[in-house]
Design a protein around this ligand. Structure first.
Ligand SMILES: CC(=O)SCCNC(=O)CCNC(=O)[C@H](O)C(C)(C)COP(=O)(O)OP(=O)(O)OC[C@H]1O[C@@H](n2cnc3c(N)ncnc32)[C@H](O)[C@@H]1OP(=O)(O)O
Ligand SMILES: CC(C)C(=O)C(=O)O
Length: 517
């Protein structure tokens, strides 16, 4: 039999790891999420100022925190985790700044984060005193077996006591503040026994008297991503179906990206019943990061669903985020990377070029502005213009490119539409050039090469077959003549202020002895 797979066992010690199903039970047997659809945006909660910040070698200074917060407000986030006020003076002072100024518009909810430790809870509650906005006090505790054993050194019952003690402290210190609500996160939810999570969540919603008017946020983090996204979706759907007081709970998720599938986890979790998603804009965060809530939002946009956040100037957002985190956003990062709307390869460029032409003529035929017309372009999942990008970088030419890309650059940057047969001829010259240099060739360099090859070359001898006139973006006219010479067919050009002058120039360079005009 044909041996089509010739891979060998690797020397990697994979036997050291256990699969997720032997680490945690996932009791869901009938699942609804696979047949559900995304129809609207969940409540997004950026945690860049807390979870993202705690992952930076150099945490944000007050000016950076403020700039980031202002950006989040400006683009539409309505609930923002602003810090871990008991952990550092910067975080505490930032919460006080919100209390003492009008930095936060009144409809923005402020979230502060605390562990279940009375001294730290006291400091947290102190930090939010005087804030008139809605406030969420977010308490977390490790609950997964490894964390119970190794980090806390407590049994399940003792962890429950810790959670109840923390929850009671919060209630005692902030329960009478009418603008304050509560959030609980069992840390490493995805590795904790489901019955324990249900027990802790029921205990907290009872203790905090969750009601539809004062719902409790239960945030179920994949603190460390350990399974395929369908497993997380099953875990979330199980909670969605079995949580106590479900109508008084806002079910939230907080995926990380250790396996590179944080986005899929969040999307499937929303299908499974999650209503709120915590993450970071462009995915900063511990290790491989928190889930990227910009990509999540734009994935909705690309499906025709309003993300409720304004990414229409994505490069300005990127620059601000890069400034605040001091981390660069990768060129291939979905939606925002410098190269994500660019095609270098010939067949893709050809398709995009044709797609733009079709788009323009469809818009004209329907009498609809191009930026309003339904988007159907090959290889471009969304219109870069929706994100404030122009079309300049959509096509870039190197040795992988073909005539379509070259023609596109000459057309968009120099206003000149080459006839198809000339495109084919010129593409051979460009290919030699890019093979020699090994690099990219810009629109201006293509223009220079075009002039070298056809306009600044010596005259030729041959018989004129056909000629084409083209007007450039600067108004100059170029005439290209196809001729048949001793070595076969070729092209040569001439230029002038008018068609007549350009044609006369071009024809004179084919065979001056036959010139009659
Ligand atoms: C998943 C997450 O993102 S969780 C957030 C993580 N973020 C941070 O840790 C950033 C800010 N943290 C800090 O500044 C500090 O760790 C502080 C101020 C919170 C505590 O500092 P320290 O008192 O010096 O404690 P340290 O950090 O060394 O150790 C943590 C202690 O808290 C315990 N602990 C950890 N999580 C929790 C929790 N959620 N609730 C209660 N206790 C906790 C640990 O078991 C350990 O206890 P031990 O000292 O008895 O062994
Ligand atoms: C405690 C929660 C919210 C968290 O940051 C995590 O698990 O990553």
């Amino acid at each position: 039999m044909f041996r089509w797979n010739t891979q060998h066992p690797s020397p990697m010690p994979s036997h050291r790891y256990r699969d997720v199903h032997s680490r945690v039970a996932v009791p869901l047997s009938e699942r609804d999420w696979p047949s559900k659809r995304l129809t609207h945006a969940p409540l997004w909660v950026p945690v860049d100022l807390r979870d993202g910040n705690q992952a930076l070698a150099e945490p944000m200074d007050p000016a950076r925190k403020r700039r980031f917060f202002e950006l989040m407000v400006e683009i539409g986030y309505q609930e923002i985790e602003v810090g871990y006020p008991s952990a550092s003076r910067t975080d505490y002072d930032f919460v006080r700044l919100i209390a003492e100024t009008d930095l936060a518009p009144e409809d923005v909810t402020i979230v502060v984060f605390t562990p279940a430790r009375r001294d730290l809870i006291e400091r947290t509650v102190e930090s939010v005193r005087g804030i008139t906005n809605d406030v969420v006090i977010h308490m977390y505790t490790p609950t997964a077996p490894l964390w119970r054993d190794v980090v806390l050194g407590r049994t399940r019952d003792q962890v429950k006591e810790l959670v109840v003690a923390g929850g009671s402290d919060i209630l005692e210190l902030a329960g009478d503040l009418p603008n304050v609500r509560f959030e609980f996160s069992p840390e490493v939810f995805n590795l904790t026994e489901p019955d324990f999570i249900l027990d802790l969540c029921a205990t907290m919603t009872t203790l905090w008297e969750a009601s539809p008017d004062r719902p409790v946020i239960l945030n179920l983090p994949a603190t460390v991503e350990v399974a395929t996204p369908n497993v997380y979706a099953d875990q979330i759907e199980y909670m969605h179906k079995n949580l106590d007081r479900r109508d008084s709970v806002i079910l939230s998720v907080h995926p990380h990206n250790d396996r590179g599938t944080g986005i899929a986890c969040a999307e499937l979790a929303v299908l499974a019943g999650a209503q709120r998603v915590e993450g970071c804009i462009f995915g900063n965060g511990e290790r491989t990061g928190n889930v990227d809530i910009a990509t999540l939002a734009l994935n909705l946009h690309a499906q025709g669903i309003d993300p409720m956040i304004d990414f229409s100037d994505i490069d300005r957002i990127r620059r601000t985020v890069e400034h605040c985190t001091r981390l660069p956003v990768h060129e291939r990062h979905p939606y925002v990377g410098a190269l994500v709307h660019t095609a270098f390869s010939g067949t893709h460029q050809d398709a995009i070029h044709k797609g733009f032409t079709e788009h323009r003529s469809r818009a004209a035929a329907l009498g609809v502005p191009e930026h309003e017309l339904e988007w159907q372009l090959p290889y471009l999942p969304i219109d870069p213009a929706d994100l404030g990008r122009d079309y300049e970088a959509v096509i870039r030419v190197n040795s992988q490119s073909g005539k379509g890309g070259i023609a596109y650059l000459l057309s968009t940057e120099h206003g000149i539409e080459l006839p198809r047969r000339l495109q084919i001829d010129f593409a051979r010259h460009v290919q030699h050039h890019t093979d020699d240099t090994g690099g990219e060739i810009t629109g201006d360099e293509l223009w220079t090469l075009l002039q070298q090859v056809y306009l600044n070359c010596p005259a030729v001898r041959g018989e004129v077959l056909e000629h084409f006139c083209r007007t450039t973006a600067t108004g100059e006219v170029l005439t290209f003549v196809e001729y048949s010479g001793a070595d076969g067919r070729g092209w040569i050009g001439g230029r002038g202020p008018t068609e007549q002058a350009a044609t006369k120039d071009a024809l004179s360079r084919v065979d001056p002895t036959k010139l009659t005009a």
